[in-house]
Ligand binder design. Sequence first.
Ligand SMILES: *Cc1c(COP(=O)(O)O)cnc(C)c1O
Length: 478
Amino acid sequence: MEDKIKELEKIAKTLEPDKLTRSQWNQAMVNYADEFLDQIEEVKAFNEEEAKGKGIYDSPFSDHAKSMDDLIDVFRTQVDYPALNAASGGHLAYIPGGGIFPTAIGDYLASVSNNYAGVFFASPGAVRMENMLIRWMCSIMGYPENALGNLTSGGSIANLIAIVTARDVKGIKAVKVAQSVIYITEQVHHSIQKAIRIAGLGEAVLRYIPVDDRYRMDVEILERTIEEDKALGLNPFLLVASAGTTDVGAIDPLDRLADIASSHDLWYHIDAAYGGFFVMTEEIKPHYKGIERSDSITIDPHKGMFLAYGTGAVLIKNVEALERTHQYSASYMQDVIGDMMEPSPANLSPELTKHFRGMRMWLPIQLYGVKPFRAALSEKIWLCRYFYERVQEIGFEVGPYPELSVAIYRYVPKDGDANQFNAKLVENIRKDGRVFLSSTTIKGVFWIRIAILCFRSHKRIVDLCLKVLEEEVEKLKS
Ligand SMILES: *Cc1c(COP(=O)(O)O)cnc(C)c1O
């Protein structure tokens, strides 16, 4: 038996590289990262190619070790190259973010140390770090000191956590679902409807409140609808507003919605996944008045703090309610109970073991200080305003004046179908690849979007985008 163990140990120990190997691997990684970043300003935002990373299958898993250089080469050609370069400043589609470099160092250290950030007992420092980040986000939103929440993988899970907490605190048991009412608009992010369904609320009454000409929830219609619903014997319990919609960056009238939520005793959730961090800018802060009166907020550091993908957050005032929904124990967890100087993430989310997300956010904020983040966010607001003016000068029709850093616009050709023309325009711009834009359809009208949030998108990129638009319109017209 001992021989057998020794023999296995010899092979198993391959999993611990020696110092020289570590150093060679580190060097290969750093070389690749440097190569990637040194050319980030020159490369395309989108690479349209046929194979779409299919070559990844040419290196199947086996018992044999492969070289780091070969594997990095597979990564370069099959993963990094095809389609969207989400790190590029030319990524102006959907909601970008870019991925600031210290996120990578934070992830590296979090992975090397493998800190267990789920429970306070295991890594009190990691849990304090994450709670400190959550409290910082609470404070910029104007939430009280005893509010908390959770660092999630993204905004979708953050919305889900808020909605299941609202469901439980409002006592929406299965028998009550069909009479219970949720108020949203057509402009809400689809992760809200998805969360509603996952939360077992798919049979609740979903009221789509109309929006005004700037795509913001109509407060009067909301109030009237709630009263009508109550008169019908229904049970209004949840209002979801947006602080920055995905389509156009609209901000719902947060303060007036807070009045309505409080007078009708609704859980008031604000999805600020995209727009949340703009609260730090002097341009936007006044427009977010009332956000502090909500019950919960979703905010995405992988958007507005430009972290690499993988970090969202939910902020919740009623931490007991959050914990009642998510806390569970088991006999094998008995040593953990009792040692709780800080609430543990595992009791405030569906996850137990998780990536130590705090490190990838704490490190950049501490390294840079908050100031450059605030400046970058203000810069994006002004870039969007600049784009909005210039795109009209080159003949485009525009949607509402941008409240944040998203704008919609379209080219209306003298003859032919405008929707088809603009769909073709977006397709051609994607094939060109210098910038990447996405589109949306609102009330049957096809709009092109620009979403300026990648930290690498500066004025040069916006000018390039205008140039590409102008060139592609000319090509398409002739
Ligand atoms: C991006 C976004 C989400 C979803 O967040 P993920 O991080 O992609 O899961 C939800 N709501 C809004 C408004 C968003 O912009």
